[in-house]
Write a protein that binds this ligand. Structure first.
Ligand SMILES: [Zn+2]
Length: 145
């Protein structure tokens, strides 16, 4: 995909590709305890898409969210700038931990697409927000003002 300038909005092709990636990886979610399957996909500044699903564990604290799996997947491949992120699940709302991790690698204006799979036509009802809107006062280590 074409590299994305973080100040530009996503084009329709990028949006659709990101949504399709999140929906596809959601099918791989390992969630035998909650039955709450989540898929996430991120577009990096280089134009590549990385995805992740939630993976639960019988010791609940060891479970990992789809958003962090997608981000850590990108970082493991050398990517450290999120240009856009998409989460697909029922009533999608990233948890606080994921919001903080998103802010580590995304600009404040980074588009966040929330796809509610419980809707009849999720593609037509994508909620679009920004990283800073999800976590306006993100923690920043050693920030000086
Ligand atoms: Zn989370």
């Amino acid at each position: 995909m074409t590299p994305l300038n973080q100040k530009k909005a996503l084009n329709r092709f990028q949006k659709n590709k990101l949504i399709q990636s999140a929906l596809k990886v959601r099918k791989s979610a390992y969630c035998p305890y909650s039955r709450y399957a989540v898929g996430a996909a991120i577009l990096t500044s280089s134009g590549k898409i990385y995805s992740g699903c939630n993976v639960e564990n019988s010791s609940y604290g060891l479970s990992i969210c789809a958003e962090r799996n997608a981000i850590f997947n990108a970082v493991a491949c050398g990517e450290k700038k999120i240009a856009a992120l998409c989460v697909a699940t029922k009533s999608p709302k990233p948890c606080g931990a994921c919001r903080q991790v998103i802010m580590e690698f995304a600009s404040h204006g980074c588009p966040i697409l929330l796809v509610d799979v419980s809707l009849k036509d999720p593609f037509s009802n994508v909620l679009e927000t920004t990283a800073a809107h999800l976590l306006p006062w993100a923690f920043v280590f050693n920030q000086r003002k």
